[in-house]
Design a binder for this molecule. Structure first.
Ligand SMILES: [Fe+2]
Ligand SMILES: [Fe+2]
Length: 277
């Protein structure tokens, strides 16, 4: 048996700033033609749910329209970001409470034949918030109880930009020491792949032997003047075919008629477009 999962990411939806709604509508139409077994949404559901209750609620309403069961984890635009980065929306108790109120749990575990899927909230890592400790306990329990199933990990921020031992502190990846702790939690059974969003670029690579798949956004790319290409700037989704024997086929899909929105041409949406992904 094979489980077909569609990973969508970075929809950046809002009831007020509707620039990306048409791509979402087209995605729903496309998905309805051949619904997957499960949709996994890897964060930045909302344009500004970190501050706007209406944005997060609207994004949740939009996910409810998906033609398949779905699971979602938050991104920085939903619950805030690492305080060390100095932004104006640190992940905190208020923002986590808003997420919990609107969307429920911030992490998930889901079993399908031959596989255990683990979705984590990258935004609380290193925060000391109670949600971080609860997630850590859930992760260790999920790995310990996998019972030989293949593991797949879903995140908003990628584990690293280049290599797992990167030390640069910037906006893009999970930062140290949380990255090392996350990898260590898997012990002798590393995930078969790590699937993430946030960068708004498609990339499929295996630094240090760990396959990392960056989902492209559904909403917008960021122009070269504000974000250099490291992968491919395009609009699309990722299909993960998970076979019961623990093998998988993951590939980029490009539904037709999704507009290649460029945030650089919409500077009014985020005050600091360089940190808008
Ligand atoms: Fe993000
Ligand atoms: Fe994003």
């Amino acid at each position: 048996m094979t489980t077909r999962i569609l990973q969508i990411s970075d929809t950046h939806l809002s009831p007020v700033h509707t620039h990306f709604q048409s791509n979402y509508e087209r995605l729903l139409e496309w998905m309805a033609e051949s619904p997957p077994d499960l949709v996994i949404v890897t964060g930045d559901l909302s344009l500004d749910g970190a501050d706007q209750d209406a944005d997060l609620r609207f994004a949740a309403e939009q996910l409810a329209r998906l033609p398949a069961p779905w699971r979602a984890i938050p991104g920085n635009h939903d619950v805030g970001d690492y305080p060390v980065l100095g932004g104006h929306q640190p992940t905190d108790a208020t923002r986590m409470a808003r997420w919990r109120d609107v969307l429920g749990a911030d992490h998930f575990m889901e079993d399908v034949p031959g596989w255990r899927l683990i979705g984590l909230n990258t935004q609380t890592l290193g925060s000391g918030l109670p949600e971080e400790a609860a997630q850590d306990a859930a992760l260790h329990g999920a790995v310990a109880g996998a019972g030989g199933r293949a593991l797949a990990l879903f995140l908003h921020k990628p584990l690293c930009q280049h290599r797992l031992d990167d030390t640069v502190v910037d906006y893009w990846p999970v930062l140290q020491p949380a990255r090392d702790a996350l990898v260590a939690a898997f012990g002798a059974t590393p995930p078969r792949f790590v699937a993430s969003g946030h960068i708004h670029q498609w990339r499929d690579h295996a630094p240090d032997g760990l396959r990392q798949i960056w989902a492209p956004p559904v909403s917008f790319i960021v122009g070269e003047d504000r974000q250099p290409s490291i992968g491919s700037k395009l609009i699309g989704v990722v299909e993960h075919l998970l076979h019961e024997d623990g093998t998988h086929d993951s590939r980029l899909l490009l539904p037709e008629r999704l507009a290649l929105n460029d945030l650089s041409r919409l500077p009014q949406l985020y005050a600091r477009p360089a940190a808008a992904a």
